[in-house]
Design a protein around this ligand. Sequence first.
Ligand code: PLZ
Length: 441
Amino acid sequence: MAIEQQRKLVTSIPGPKSQALHKNRLEQVGHGVGTTLPVYIDSAHGAILVDVDGNQLIDMGSGIGVTTIGHTNEAVVQAVSEQVAKLTHTLFTVTPYLPYVEVCEILNRHMPGKFVKRSALFNSGAEAVENAIKLARKYTNRNEIAVFDHAYHGRTNLTMAMNFKNMPYADGFGPFAGSVTHVPMSYPFHDPAGMTGEEAATRAINYMEKRIGAKNLAAVVIEPIQGEGGFIVPAPGFLKTLSVWTKANGIVLVADEVQAGMARTGKWFASEHEEGFEPDLMTIAKGIAGGMPISAVTGRAEIMDSSHPGGIGGTFGGNPVAAAAALAVLKQIEAGGVLEKAVQIESVLKPRLLAMQERFPVIGEVRGRGAMLAIEFVQPGTREPNAAVTDAIMKFCHQNGVVVLNAGTYGNVIRFLPSLAISDDLLNEAMDVLEAGLGTL
Ligand code: PLZ
């Protein structure tokens, strides 16, 4: 689909057609389903969204890191069109089909770690996390799960218990799954000055040993860069130290790569940025299939095989059309140039963000890797969260045709997850809008 890769505003945002649609939506759709920006999108290509009023918006969120390869990526469109005309469903556990196996093969090839790997496919990130935990429990014959402060893992009953924030994810939705304990994360911007990754890991390990007991732990689940928590990159040494401890204690280490994975940080998986960090299982979703719903658990064959046959499944998991889309994305990453694009995006965005931090003392920190970058807003001169400024800047960006998303336990982070198809010009234009917004404070 030919959509010119440029920002174009023809009405105010949201425009009149979006406003009318939104009014009806509020009549038709349950109000628990939220809206960041009530602009109704009609079509998209690359890094540009076209709304029903004809406005063209720069997409700096990719639907929370999903259309990493770009909206309506040609190879994905072709693969989906061909597959949908050929076969849409059998249920893999009834009568199998090839694309499912091919996706597993590519994931197994690229997951780091010198051991035999296998994969299983599901529909959503939360479902992948649930299945990773089922397998870790079955394999270890233990119950307890440790997760981290500021974590996010989904909206199912188990994953609600694993999230850090009560609002909006859990409030009033209990009772929640038990045997889940939160432990302190490495959060360099808020940890005591000079705290190393090893020290932060020791803090977490001590907590797990005292509070849970290493021998009771089936799994430690960690996002190598926390997504919803605000793109928190743990201090160097943190992930490795954890990894050494889980290995020594027979605990399954699960890297939740749902948001940080799949080429976004300039490597296949964000876990690869820290040498010596060796997860046993990975959960993968979002950016794997250019917008089609599919997720995976990939990991050590002996853990993946620990379930009795029939213990793992689901009607739609690894659906042929979604699997075909995933194959189209994975083959492009394998062909080269995609990971480099994430690094290139960082080289454009990061200097711009750091220059803004110099000028505007409300920016406390710029962080992230590749095309997964964020700024944390503070009360000037402190590290206290500044959600009011975050909201004002978000609103300014939205009204000026740049879709940005917030994040963070205190709602004081703006994150950037552009598609890797975005041009340097569009990135710079998005940064110009952000900078203009900061100038209005
Ligand atoms: N693990 C690390 O980031 C999804 C949530 C969007 P699902 N994050 C976006 C929303 O408001 O629901 C996520 C994640 C990490 C797991 C998940 C869950 O993935 O595909 O949304 O289930």
